[in-house]
Design a protein around this ligand. Structure first.
Ligand code: SF4
Length: 359
């Protein structure tokens, strides 16, 4: 096994590091050195550009057939409106879209609970509605877990489901539902929902049919570093095969209003270590995103120094998934604020579309 200095040198030579190397970086790497290494990699890849987009989220329902322990958002399928359940469709989607003049949005991101009765028809209806109303908007919709469920309800294969959604106008897949791939940990925190192999298979199929996607990792709960390395390693392997991932998004576990609230959240230093190791290890995924809604605004700007090149988007108070878990209430950042704060940190703010073409 390489000692830590040898691993640093390997990274400087831009050699791919092994899983053992990554584990050692997590365990023994000095944060300052990890920061410098990750920063240099992001500069090589993207110079001083820091990307963002103008997006909103649409969460059609918080009813969910699953009960992941870390989740603060979902409600049981039989819950009532008084218990905080919603079921939205195209009517509510239109209200959201109508808030924005043509050209003010480049992306609608759709994810939500896994609704017991909504198959692929519902997905097609939402996607085609956006394309009819606003053909210029990129539709990034449905996690691999939601796709798996739609396919099952509609008695279709995953490939058939993806093709139908693509035909309706789906442009790409978000990275949610990955959580942590290790089967024992996944069973404990997200028992029942699509296992790791299925999550990866949905993304493999998506890439095959011409839909790019993102990938997430939920960290800072009951996993250890070896589970994080295993998770990223499986993503790196799939990316070698398909090249279809645009960005990797580490998501810090937030501990309010869920069944794991007894766990403490990880420190800011741990967040930064995680970003840096991810940037070093995932040499083939082009972008590393700090999702400020979940991480916190200040924390996300700080992460720009630890390998991050993407700040997600304006979001505009359109998501409840993380605010219900104790993250930012009414999450919204203006374009002006995003760009000026990025500049304050010495980077160049670049507006992008969902597949990272500069606008
Ligand atoms: S994380 Fe997703 S699948 Fe799990 S309970 Fe929450 S909404 Fe449902």
């Amino acid at each position: 096994m390489n000692n830590i200095q040898e691993i640093y040198e390997k990274v400087k030579r831009r050699e791919r590091i092994s899983e053992e190397d990554a584990l050692r970086l997590y365990e023994e790497g000095e944060l300052e050195v990890l920061q410098q290494l990750a920063h240099q990699i992001r500069i090589d890849k993207h110079d001083d550009k820091a990307f963002y987009n103008r997006n909103i989220h649409f969460e059609p329902t918080n009813k969910c057939v699953y009960a992941c322990k870390f989740c603060s958002f979902a409600r049981k399928p039989k819950s009532t409106a008084e218990e905080g359940v919603w079921d939205f469709g195209t009517e509510e989607l239109k209200v959201q879209l109508d808030k924005y003049p043509v050209g003010a949005l480049s992306e609608v991101h759709i994810t939500g609970g896994v609704h017991p009765d909504r198959g692929v028809d519902f997905g097609e209806e939402l996607v085609s509605f956006i394309k009819k109303e606003r053909p210029e908007i990129h539709v990034k919709a449905f996690t691999a877990v939601e796709i798996t469920w739609m396919a099952k309800l509609s008695k279709l294969s995953v490939a058939e489901t993806l093709k139908k959604l693509k035909k309706a106008g789906l442009d790409s897949l978000p990275g949610g539902g990955a959580e942590i791939f290790d089967s024992a940990i996944r069973r404990k925190i997200a028992g029942g929902k699509a296992p790791a192999d299925r999550w990866l298979e949905v993304h493999r199929e998506a890439h095959r049919v011409g839909l790019s996607s993102n990938a997430t990792m939920l960290y800072g709960h009951i996993e250890d570093y070896s589970h994080r390395v295993d998770h990223m390693s499986r993503l790196r392997q799939l990316q070698d095969e398909t090249g279809g991932f645009n960005s990797f998004i580490p998501l810090r576990y937030r501990n309010e209003n869920n069944s794991m609230s007894n766990l403490k959240e990880v420190s800011l230093e741990e967040d930064m270590r995680n970003f840096a190791v991810a940037r070093i290890f995932l040499d083939n995924i082009p972008h590393l995103k700090a999702y400020w809604v979940m991480l916190g605004v200040e924390e996300a700007f700080k992460a720009l120094d630890y390998g991050v090149d993407d700040m997600d988007g304006t979001v505009d108070d359109s998501t409840k998934i993380y605010s219900m878990a104790g993250s930012i209430e009414n999450p919204s950042l203006s374009r002006e604020y995003l760009t000026s704060r990025i500049a304050d940190r010495g980077f160049r703010a670049i507006e992008r579309n969902s597949v990272y073409e500069e606008i």
